[in-house]
Design a protein around this ligand. Structure first.
Ligand SMILES: NC(=O)c1ccc[n+]([C@@H]2O[C@H](COP(=O)([O-])OP(=O)(O)OC[C@H]3O[C@@H](n4cnc5c(N)ncnc54)[C@H](OP(=O)(O)O)[C@@H]3O)[C@@H](O)[C@H]2O)c1
Length: 289
């Protein structure tokens, strides 16, 4: 199978390339080679390559910047997906696309189901939802959308790497305790996507994160504990729980964005692994770098 992966250099695309099954012909491109917001380029590039499958890991992911950069966020997260879908339709290619827990408003107290009603509370979430709707309209039977959350990896910028740096540099950290979600190792999501790639009959909307739930505060505490245990940090610093109101950001975040993974687990028979175990495995990788 010829597989085109977008978002080269991003957290997820890097893991997808690392885990790519050897029998497939993989082409991975970054924004400098294929700007997905450029309609004619998308059409020309993909028509020339003729992939059997496109895995779209490219997105405008700067959540706070998106609040004042609305057109740019929609250009990538809505129009970019529409252009990919239009071209995939023309060449009969399947597409696997990644979306976000930020399509939800966070008012739930139990995990969001795949058919829960989205109601994004920031521009990034709204632009991602617009992309999901476009893809479902254009390629209902040959597309998969997977919503994920709180992604980290040894590649790229993320909460885990920032925390490890701050824990070396700062005397104390104040971390939000009243936003609840699930940290997700990009490698686990990449494994799920490759399993879905092998099942051509799978289409529709799924949710994938690691198992368990946490606040950002819980996540930071675990990063420090495991960081010390693994020799990535020398000593513990105080970590203080603070409410969201004490750390204002341009974009609002959902207070609760836990998503139900059961249909994603069942479709490929892969169980999600608890986020703390995944964090430990990611830190083992970090140690080797
Ligand atoms: N990170 C999270 O916590 C999180 C949570 C929920 C859902 N997601 C979703 O998961 C997916 C993967 O996220 P990630 O964490 O791997 O993101 P990431 O590390 O920010 O990578 C995104 C990639 O998209 C590329 N990109 C941006 N604009 C582009 C354009 N116009 N054309 C082509 N490529 C473009 C970027 O390339 P350049 O650097 O060259 O611009 C970057 O390599 C995304 O769909 C994201 O919305 C992420």
């Amino acid at each position: 199978m010829k597989v085109l992966i977008t978002g080269k250099g991003g957290q997820l695309a890097s893991e997808l390339v690392q885990l790519a099954p050897l029998q497939h012909d993989i082409i991975c491109v970054g924004s400098s080679e294929l700007d997905i917001a450029n309609e004619s380029l998308v059409s020309e590039f993909i028509t020339k390559i003729k992939p059997d499958l496109v895995i779209n890991a490219a997105a405008y992911t700067a959540v706070d910047r998106a609040e004042n950069d609305v057109d740019a966020a929609y250009a990538v997260n809505e129009l970019g997906i529409k252009y990919l879908a239009d071209t995939c339709k023309k060449i009969n290619a399947r597409i696997l696309h990644v979306s976000t827990d930020f399509v939800f408003d966070g008012k739930n107290t139990i995990p969001y189901q795949t058919d829960s009603t989205p109601n994004p509370i920031n521009v990034y979430g709204a632009s991602k939802l617009a992309g999901d709707i476009a893809l479902q309209e254009i390629l209902p039977g040959t597309s998969v959308i997977v919503r994920t959350a709180w992604v980290y990896s040894v590649n790229g910028n993320n909460f885990v790497k920032s925390m490890l740096r701050f824990m070396e540099e700062k005397p104390q950290l104040d971390i939000i305790y009243d936003q609840i979600g699930t940290p997700t190792w990009a490698k686990g999501l990449a494994q799920w996507l490759w399993a879905v790639a092998e099942k051509a009959e799978v289409s529709g909307l799924y949710h994938w994160t690691d198992a368990g739930i946490a606040s950002w505060y819980d996540f930071a505490v675990a990063i420090q504990e495991l960081g010390i245990e693994k020799g990535l940090l020398k000593q513990a610093i105080p970590i203080l729980p603070i409410p969201t109101s004490a750390y204002p950001t341009p974009a609002k975040r959902p207070a609760f964005s836990v998503i139900d993974k059961s249909s994603a687990e069942a479709i490929v028979n892969i169980k999600t692994i608890h986020w703390r175990k995944q964090l430990s495995a990611m830190m083992d990788e970090l140690k080797l770098l």
